[in-house]
Design a protein around this ligand. Structure first.
Ligand SMILES: [Fe+2]
Length: 334
């Protein structure tokens, strides 16, 4: 077994992770959290739906929050470069056995709905209404100052299948996790835009959305977001970090929003574009994968995630055995 082959010349151009659509129970609480703690800009409010964008984003939205009864993720969004790419992608998805359908979505151009081979509901579009970038409006910036949506992490029992599909669609593998000397993939970091990830798949019960991530301007914005979270009563939702990732090398902090959706603020990732760059391999037995320094994440960080609405969850063949905080604290003392 080897790594899946990269398709360096796909017939269509996916450009980046674009937007995520979540169901929340209390729009007012979510509005406060994402505005004040994460630092997103509210673009529009349509009845029971809020549309947010990052401080530097000129697109209409990168986070859509819909009022609903159960916390779930409706879809994760990707951008195509042009509407012509959408047409070509539809044909590709159908040859891969993934039904694709045109839909009308508010505040987006032509939009294509697809479910990937591991059950992740996807939404592709090439255009949205253009909004002012708020990057120089310093007096309006709050909390973590989230600049732009960067990536998603999905739990799935089928990491290899996901990796093969996305690489056939033109994604490139920047880093992966597999037991040393094997290609038994437990985690894959896939990218289109030239940094380590647009979408990440990890072995686990799924498909479920583990987190979505926004880029923060500076490391101190991660700390300030934590301070604001604490001041507003969201301190217990600071779930992991601030800390340093092994794969991707980013500084990070993870929050649980008022419904339990997990959002990451991070920065200091790196650029990966040149075709001679080989994917970076990580052994799951290496603690640097999970915590180069400090304490490991609590068990909930590994196991809890947002379900996709109406999508059945399957258990993985290989049960994850992460280095949790609980294990660390109960280890034999020497
Ligand atoms: Fe992440």
């Amino acid at each position: 077994m080897s790594l899946p082959t990269a398709n360096l010349d796909p017939a269509f151009r996916i450009t980046r992770a674009s937007h995520v659509v979540l169901t929340v129970r209390d729009l007012a609480a979510s509005r406060r959290f994402y505005s004040e703690v994460i630092g997103l800009v509210l673009t529009a409010e349509d009845g029971g739906t809020l549309y947010f964008r990052g401080v530097e984003e000129a697109c209409h939205h990168s986070l859509v929050l819909r009022q609903g009864g159960e916390m779930s993720c409706a879809r994760i969004g990707m951008r195509m470069f042009t509407d012509g790419d959408l047409e070509k992608a539809k044909a590709f998805f159908e040859t891969q056995g993934c039904p694709a359908a045109w839909v009308d979505v508010p505040h987006q151009g032509r939009t294509l709905h697809v479910t990937d081979p591991v059950g992740t509901p996807l939404e592709f579009c090439a255009t949205m209404p253009v909004m002012p970038r708020m990057i120089t409006s310093f007096t309006h910036q709050k909390g973590g100052g989230a600049l732009r949506l960067d990536h998603y992490q999905i739990l799935t029992p089928d990491v290899r299948k996901a990796c093969e599909f996305y690489m056939a669609a033109g994604f490139r593998l920047s880093e992966y996790i597999a037991p040393a000397g094997t290609f038994d993939l437990r985690g894959v970091f896939l990218q289109r835009k030239g940094n380590p990830h647009d979408i990440v798949f990890f072995n686990g019960a799924g498909p479920r959305l583990h987190h979505f991530a926004y880029l923060a301007p500076e490391v101190h914005h991660l700390l300030h977001a934590c301070d604001v979270a604490g001041a507003l009563g969201y301190g217990s939702g600071v779930e992991r970090g601030p800390g340093r990732h092994g794969p991707g090398h980013a500084m990070f902090v993870y929050f649980r929003d008022p419904d339990g959706h997990r959002v990451e603020l991070f920065n200091t990732h790196y650029q990966v574009m040149d075709i001679e760059n080989e994917p970076v391999a990580w052994d799951p037995a290496d603690h640097n994968v999970s915590f180069p320094w400090g304490l490991p994440a609590r068990q909930a960080w590994y196991e809890e995630a947002t379900p996709f609405a109406g999508v059945a969850i399957r258990d993985p063949h290989v049960k994850p055995n992460p280095p949790t905080l609980e294990k660390y604290l109960s280890r034999p003392k020497t």
